[in-house]
Design a protein around this ligand. Structure first.
Ligand SMILES: [Zn+2]
Length: 297
């Protein structure tokens, strides 16, 4: 029996169990399979995600992406909990499309606006999504970026705990992306850090699971510490860049490509790329998120 769930169902258990669930972005439809295989082999819950920017950047059809997710889950019939999540999105139309295609969770990123406007937009999405039993992740504060693959932010603004409390009370969002020091993309000049005191304070004042973005390249002990904090640290960690890097290494490219370009590689290469992605995801599940063996808990 397949368990396609929404974020709340999966993250509540992670919060209680003091581990985090990986929200992996395959970025390319063909890489959904190895992510799910890795989760099955480690008996871990898993979130498969794609963002609005990735849809444009890699020329992915949201419908194809959702169909491939459901094809894989039909074929493998895993008993692990799985979520199909729309990452950073600003456009209400894309959120509607995703929900129509069967996504069980969406993220509204209105963090570029002031507090009131962010509340207003996030509330709108919650009102739309909840009747479909689709959960909503919102963002407060600004998570920085190094490569603009996921958001346009080039500045970071840490989440203020008291504002998070007020924000969640007003929006009724199901999960909150917090800015506590990590950034999207590859860490080059900037080094990853996590403000644990801030994380703890946000957790004390709020009830919903917190999400750590920019998980790629953050040392595993830092993420483990964030997942295992006593009051429940972060319950969802987004990993996108690392997945793509694993694939690019195999195909011998150093920059991203379109969906069509990846599909034009011979099956032999694609199969090696899938294998590399699978290994990476398994490694993250085991040593980074600590979600191995948690599928039935
Ligand atoms: Zn993000």
């Amino acid at each position: 029996m397949q368990k396609i769930e929404n974020l709340s169902q999966v993250l509540r258990k992670a919060h209680q169990g003091r581990y985090a669930v990986g929200s992996f972005s395959p970025r390319y439809t063909k890489l959904i399979l190895p992510i799910i295989e890795a989760a099955i082999e480690t008996n871990s819950p898993v979130i498969v995600q794609i963002s609005e920017k990735e849809v444009y950047r890699h020329e992915v059809d949201l419908k194809d992406f959702a169909q491939e997710f459901f094809r894989v889950t039909q074929e493998l019939k895993p008993s692990i909990p799985m979520v199909l999540h729309l990452d950073h999105t600003k456009d209400f139309e894309i959120i509607k499309q995703a929900i129509a295609q069967g996504f069980t969770s969406v993220m509204i990123d209105a963090s570029e606006y002031d507090f009131d406007r962010n509340v207003e937009l996030s509330k709108q999405i919650v009102a739309y999504a909840h009747p479909y039993n689709v959960t909503v992740e919102a963002e407060l504060g600004k998570i920085g970026t190094t490569d603009f693959a996921e958001t346009d932010h080039d500045e970071e603004l840490y989440t203020v705990p008291e504002e998070a409390q007020k924000f969640l009370g007003l929006t009724k969002a199901d999960a909150l992306a917090v800015s506590v020091g990590t950034a999207h993309g590859i860490y080059t000049v900037r080094q990853p850090k996590i403000d644990y005191n801030r994380l703890q304070r946000i957790n004390e004042l709020t009830q919903v699971p917190l999400v750590l973005h920019g998980g790629s390249g953050v040392p595993s002990d830092m993420v483990v510490k964030a997942a295992q904090m006593e009051k429940g640290g972060v319950s969802k960690v987004n990993i996108a860049t690392d997945v793509e890097q694993a694939m690019l290494k195999v195909v011998g490219k150093n920059s991203f490509m379109t969906e069509k370009e990846l599909n034009s590689y011979p099956e032999e290469v694609l199969s090696k790329a899938r294998e590399a992605v699978k290994e990476l995801v398994k490694e993250k599940i085991k040593n980074y998120l600590l979600s191995e063996g948690k599928a039935n808990h």
